[in-house]
Design a protein around this ligand. Structure first.
Ligand SMILES: NC(=O)c1ccc[n+]([C@@H]2O[C@H](COP(=O)([O-])OP(=O)(O)OC[C@H]3O[C@@H](n4cnc5c(N)ncnc54)[C@H](O)[C@@H]3O)[C@@H](O)[C@H]2O)c1
Length: 254
């Protein structure tokens, strides 16, 4: 009798938010390349033909729950949740409007939290993990970006609290804290807040790095590689961490 070939184990599943953006898109591609199945959540269509699209607005708690249900209906499981959706804002704090505060907090903090909350039962089943996109602005102040800093500081500390809460059930929770990453968000920052000289805005950011004249921005694929590492079994000891990927920008004073 011919030997039975064992059925391959089903490929693990990553739910990636902000998948139409720079970092989320790079994460989705990295996981697909690694043989995972990917649910690609965004407000906008993502150009990821091999992923399962999950159109959703994370500012709605009901949509967070629906997005998790959609992913589980499509794939049957969630092994990793990568929370990469986010928005930037800056400007003098004397001029911040209530709407602006609410918009940034609703995406960066509330949406991230309630999507994670909805995914916890599924991550518990798979002994899975969460990776949150914080920022250098989540672990140090950025002048002129108090609202964004508050949202990312919230992400960094809720990462630690959730890591402690979920450790007994075998779920790991980490954050990555990139410096400036070459994505549509960064280009949008320069266009929206760089006045009539967006290039000078980017040059000012670059001048803040300890590498001096050879400084460059982080690439989205470099952030994706770190996130991929954090979701592998050999990262089992890493939970509650805020890992910087910023060329030393947040390391101290030069
Ligand atoms: N680019 C940087 O310099 C940088 C640095 C540090 C941290 N980050 C963080 O990394 C993450 C990804 O940033 P990016 O540079 O890829 O940005 P990006 O603008 O390229 O992508 C962000 C994506 O989030 C989506 N999004 C926004 N609001 C949403 C909502 N309500 N529901 C669903 N999706 C929504 C957008 O449609 C977009 O596709 C963000 O959390 C950002 O704050 C970025």
């Amino acid at each position: 009798m011919a030997a039975m070939t064992p059925l391959p184990a089903p490929a693990p599943v990553a739910l990636v938010t902000g998948a139409a953006g720079g970092i989320g898109g790079a994460v989705a591609r990295r996981f697909l390349a690694g043989g995972w199945r990917v649910a690609a959540l965004d407000l906008r269509p993502a150009n990821l033909p091999d992923a399962h699209p999950v159109p959703a607005d994370l500012t709605s708690v009901a949509e967070c729950h629906r997005a998790v249900e959609d992913t589980v209906a499509a794939f049957g499981r969630i092994d990793a949740l990568v929370n990469a959706a986010g928005v930037w804002t800056e400007g003098p704090s004397s001029e911040t409007t209530e709407d602006e505060w609410d918009r940034v907090m609703a995406v960066n903090l509330k949406g991230l939290y309630f999507l994670t909350s909805a995914a916890i039962p599924h991550l518990t089943t798979t002994q899975g993990c969460v990776v949150n996109l914080s920022s250098d602005a989540g672990i140090q102040g950025n002048a002129g970006a108090a609202v964004y800093c508050a949202s990312k500081g919230g992400v960094s500390i809720l990462t630690k609290a959730l890591a402690l809460e979920l450790a007994p059930q075998g779920v790991r929770v980490n954050a990555v804290c990139p410096g400036d990453v070459d994505t549509p968000m960064l280009a949008g920052q320069a266009a929206d807040f760089g006045g009539d000289d967006p290039q000078a805005y980017l040059d000012r950011l670059r001048a803040g790095y300890p590498q001096g004249a050879s400084a460059r921005f982080v690439r989205p694929d470099e952030v994706a590689e770190l996130i991929w590492f954090l979701c592998q079994p050999h990262a089992a000891a890493i939970t509650g961490a805020n890992l910087s990927i910023d060329f030393g920008l947040s390391a101290g004073i030069t």
